[in-house]
Design a protein around this ligand. Structure first.
Ligand SMILES: NC(=O)c1ccc[n+]([C@@H]2O[C@H](COP(=O)([O-])OP(=O)(O)OC[C@H]3O[C@@H](n4cnc5c(N)ncnc54)[C@H](OP(=O)(O)O)[C@@H]3O)[C@@H](O)[C@H]2O)c1
Length: 216
């Protein structure tokens, strides 16, 4: 079996989990890491035994033998960082939330298609065995026709105005961080809604602390 050479762009919290888990995946190895800080990239590379460490995202494009890039930066950066890699002909696995709006998402898809390279949102929930099982039950008619779905996701976040969860510049807020999971469940089982109503509770930074949505 071929071994695919992965890179990580942006070395925050989830990048460490990805590096730990990639080591368990047959046919995959971590080949390069890119940070805005060379020291940080080198320390990360030393921890996980990664052969290439670079101190800017642009420098990643010059690393030889890359097969795919995992983008693990804040939501605000996904569009630019995905386009950076796609335009260099590199396949991309981009963290959720994929983009800030439909226009950005559309452009990312169009560039991937024009370049003929793979592009995917890193939405691991879609691959949970429990989700697969629930889909099988519904498709087999075991619970009858699905007419109503209730999805809930929340956690108590420490208020850090400059952190990615709260800073509007980094596209913080509950909808983009975890509301996307409940929307995904709705889309998967009930399809695209025709009507969306939403109310949000703002934080001191102006992003949504919580968001309640009714889709029909
Ligand atoms: N799938 C999941 O279960 C899951 C779980 C957690 C998070 N996520 C997603 O993963 C992404 C990253 O989340 P995280 O918790 O790892 O965030 P984080 O700890 O804040 O790390 C984000 C990294 O992005 C880079 N970055 C680039 N531009 C930045 C900027 N302007 N400000 C701050 N950082 C910047 C930084 O890396 P360098 O300093 O190395 O350049 C930073 O360490 C988000 O899209 C989030 O929604 C997914």
């Amino acid at each position: 079996m071929r071994t695919y050479n992965w890179a990580i762009l942006g070395l925050g919290n989830i990048a460490h989990k990805f590096a730990e888990d990639l080591a368990l995946v047959p046919g995959a190895r971590l080949h390069a890491v890119a940070s805005r800080s060379l020291d940080k990239a080198q320390a990360f590379a030393a921890t996980y035994g990664v052969p290439h460490a670079v101190g800017s995202y642009e420098d990643l494009l010059a690393v030889p033998d890359l097969d795919a890039v995992y983008i693990a930066t804040p939501h605000s950066e996904h569009h630019a960082h995905t386009l950076l890699c796609l335009r260099a002909g590199l396949p991309v696995l981009c963290e959720k939330a994929f983009a800030l709006n439909a226009r950005q998402a559309q452009e990312m898809i169009e560039v991937a298609q024009a370049q003929g390279v793979f592009l995917m949102e890193a939405f691991w929930t879609r691959f949970f065995p429990a989700i697969g099982h629930a889909l099988e039950l519904v498709r087999a008619g075991r619970i009858g026709e699905v007419k109503h779905l209730v999805a809930d996701f929340g956690f108590a976040a420490t208020y850090e105005p400059a952190g990615r969860l709260f800073d509007p510049v980094l596209a913080g807020g509950s909808l983009l961080d975890i509301g996307v999971y409940t929307l995904f469940i709705s889309q998967l089982f009930l399809g695209t809604p025709t009507t969306v109503r939403a109310v949000a509770t703002p934080t001191g930074t102006g992003v949504d602390l919580s968001c309640a949505m009714a889709l029909a």
